[in-house]
Ligand binder design. Structure first.
Ligand code: ADP
Length: 655
């Protein structure tokens, strides 16, 4: 049953385990939400940056287009006055370069393609006309002249680390082309002139050729940009040129970094506290399970006990009873708990005794070795219980009440009673048998005093007839009276043996009983001239039945006297001594008679064992049963002087 309860408890606990999913789920959702939020904010940030990048580069492209178109117009406005002399051309060139045009060289070509004017004058082979028709410059010249509108050349390298392109603007007068004004752009310088500083701070701006080669860059630093850039066609000049902008990696704003960091820290704290909580709860669960298991085990143990258990507070209120106690008294635990004296199970006829012992226990004076009590079952039956009370000590080590254990001893008591009755019956049967056996020997014993009385009386009658003086008659009559007394004693002995066993227990002095028993033997002692040595100085009081004890002593004295029948007169001695030792009275009866053979010592106390022709073999058996009934012991030892010593040990009554 205990195990069932324990497993039910475990089941109950594991049924609630799913609750752990909730905080875990909440934590996962929280972390997921935070991550999503951070990702979305990052994405929005990136998208915004990209949108800005696109609009910035479109704006730059517009700006460049505006520059180039304006330069085309300016170049188209070249007049003959500007080309007449190198000085005039130089001043025109300065005007053009003046407003951040991005132009680096101005050339005036004649209709045949020859350089008429150039400022500044360079040794660039593409411009001096002897580089052949294939160079981009010549192609653009021819195209511009034939189309009659501005044409841009392909980009081509300028020395080793720069690229340039040209714009050929045909100039016509009165419908006839008179020459071509060529503006030379150096890509890097064009970017330097036309990309504003704030744009250059944010992006690395490059012009990329159709093969993907970077032809010129405006950049703050040389290191490569990290994020993906955006590119738009660079037209004019066309020819596959493109404007490319790559944003520089900008550090994330501090607020965003702080926000992310605090969210991560928060998530970690939540995780940590969840872990701590879980560990705590798991520990508690383990302790709870352990407790429940232990409780179930203890309960199972208590339930399976046959001993009744009852706990009371210091003022006697019942606070706990176990099933065995409930079975014993027939009341349920709910009915009993909270009850105060008198209890419903107290036996009506023993109410005062029960209350007295109850008060003694509560006062702390209950018998430590336990006590017997009568309880009443609910059905009215009275039961005997053996009660042990012990202080109930609480967890702080203080006494909070009394714990009592009760064992139902009704059956044991009844069995004891039955045995006692049986023994009584046996004893009285044995006594009756003995009586029958004794009858003949008593008749024999009575015969002797009766014959003596008869002869003394006959003698007295004869003396009276012969008118003898009274002084002669009186001794004979006294002897007759003596013998009559002896006969009376014999009859009393028979009576005391045959009477029922209910004995009268009283406080008595052993020395007095010895005297009385000895007086019964007086005639025999005198007749056989036995010396009696008495040592009865010790004062030994015991609780007992005087008649039975006298009978036992009489038997011992009679055996001693009879054993000395053959003893020589000098050695006929009966020694009786009384002493005290360890709470016992020690009585010794020593004779110097025939003694007892070692072979028969074992059978000495058996009923009906006798070595005498006229004996009944009941004397020692009765003697031992009397002594043992008085919680004493009877033993035999041989007398070192020859003869027998019988010792009796009887517990002394405290004075
Ligand atoms: P009974 O005297 O009728 O024989 P008891 O039970 O008194 O019965 O004694 C049993 C036997 O024990 C006696 O027959 C005797 O042999 C022996 N006995 C008892 N007391 C003495 C004694 N003092 N000395 C020698 N023998 C004894």
């Amino acid at each position: 049953m205990g195990l069932v309860t324990a497993s039910a408890a475990t089941e109950r606990i594991s049924r609630w385990r799913w609750l752990w999913i909730l905080p875990r789920l909440a934590f996962i959702l929280f972390v997921g939400g935070v991550a999503l939020l951070l990702w979305m904010s990052d994405r929005a940030d990136k998208e915004e940056k990209r949108a800005t990048l696109i609009s910035d580069i479109l704006w730059l492209e517009q700006n460049l287009r505006f520059h180039l178109t304006r330069n085309e117009e300016v170049l188209g406005r070249i007049s003959p006055a500007h080309t007449v002399s190198a000085a005039a051309f130089e001043s025109f060139a300065h005007t053009v370069f003046g407003f951040e045009s991005g132009l680096r060289q101005l050339i005036w070509l004649g209709t045949d393609g020859t350089v008429r004017q150039a400022h500044p004058i360079t040794m660039d082979p593409s411009l001096v006309g002897d580089a052949g028709e294939a160079v981009p410059s010549r192609q653009s010249f021819h195209l511009a002249r034939s189309l009659g509108k501005p044409v841009y050349s392909k980009a081509y390298p300028y020395f080793t680390n720069d690229w340039q392109f040209e714009v050929h603007v045909p100039v016509s007068r009165e419908g006839r082309i008179v020459g071509v004004a060529v503006g030379v752009y150096r890509i890097r310088e064009l970017l330097g002139d036309s990309v504003p500083w704030w744009l250059a701070e944010r992006y690395r701006i490059s012009v990329v050729g159709d093969s993907g080669k970077v032809l010129g860059t405006r950049s703050k630093v040389e290191s490569a940009a990290t994020e993906e850039g955006y590119q738009v066609a660079f037209e004019p000049p066309g020819w596959g040129l493109a404007l490319h902008a790559e944003p520089y990696h900008a550090p994330r704003p501090l607020a965003s970094v702080l926000l992310s960091a605090s969210l991560v820290i928060l998530a970690m704290i939540v995780l940590w506290s969840l872990w701590i909580l879980r560990r705590h709860v798991l520990r508690r669960q383990a302790v709870e399970e352990q407790l429940q298991r232990e409780h179930a085990f203890r309960k199972a143990m208590e339930d399976s006990l046959d001993t009744g258990m009852r706990a009371r507070t210091l003022d006697g209120e019942i606070i706990y009873v176990n099933p065995a106690f409930c079975r014993m008294v027939g009341w349920t635990a709910t009915e009993l708990i909270g009850k105060r004296p008198p209890m419903p199970y107290w036996a009506d006829d023993y109410l005062d005794e029960t209350r007295a012992i109850h008060d003694r226990v509560l006062a702390g004076n209950g018998p430590e070795e336990g006590f017997e009590l009568k309880f009443k079952h609910r059905d009215g039956n009275v039961i005997d219980v053996l009660v042990h009370e012990a202080p109930l000590i609480d967890a702080r080590g203080q006494q909070s009440g009394w714990m009592g254990s009760m064992v139902d001893i009704t059956e044991r008591k009844q069995a004891e009673q039955r045995v006692r009755q049986q023994q009584d019956r046996l004893q009285s049967t044995a006594r009756l048998i003995a009586m029958g056996e004794m009858a003949s020997s008593i008749a024999h014993e009575l015969n002797q005093p009766l014959a003596a009385i008869s002869s003394y009386c006959t003698g007295a009658v004869n003396l009276l007839r012969s008118a003898a003086p009274a002084t002669e008659v009186v001794p004979a009559l006294n002897k007759a009276v003596e013998q009559a007394h002896r006969a009376g004693q014999i009859i009393r002995r028979i009576y005391s043996l045959a009477r029922p066993s209910e004995s009268r227990v009283e406080r008595l002095l052993l020395a007095e009983r010895i005297d009385t028993a000895l007086a019964l033997m007086e005639g025999d002692i005198r007749e056989k001239a036995i010396r009696v040595t008495l040592d009865l100085t010790a004062d030994a009081a015991i609780e007992g039945d005087p008649v039975l004890l006298e009978q036992a002593l009489f038997n011992l004295f009679r055996n001693a006297v009879e054993a000395m029948r053959e003893t020589i007169p000098d050695h006929r001695e009966l020694g009786i001594s009384l002493s005290r030792a360890d709470g016992y009275a020690l009585l010794k009866v020593a004779d110097r008679g025939c003694g007892i053979d070692a072979g028969v010592v074992e059978r000495l106390f058996e009923p009906l064992f006798t070595t005498k022709t006229d004996g009944m073999g009941m004397g020692l058996a009765i003697c031992r049963s009397v002594v043992e009934n008085h919680r004493g012991r009877l033993a035999f030892q041989p007398n070192p002087l020859g003869g027998a010593v019988f010792t009796i040990l009887l517990p002394l009554t405290p004075s």
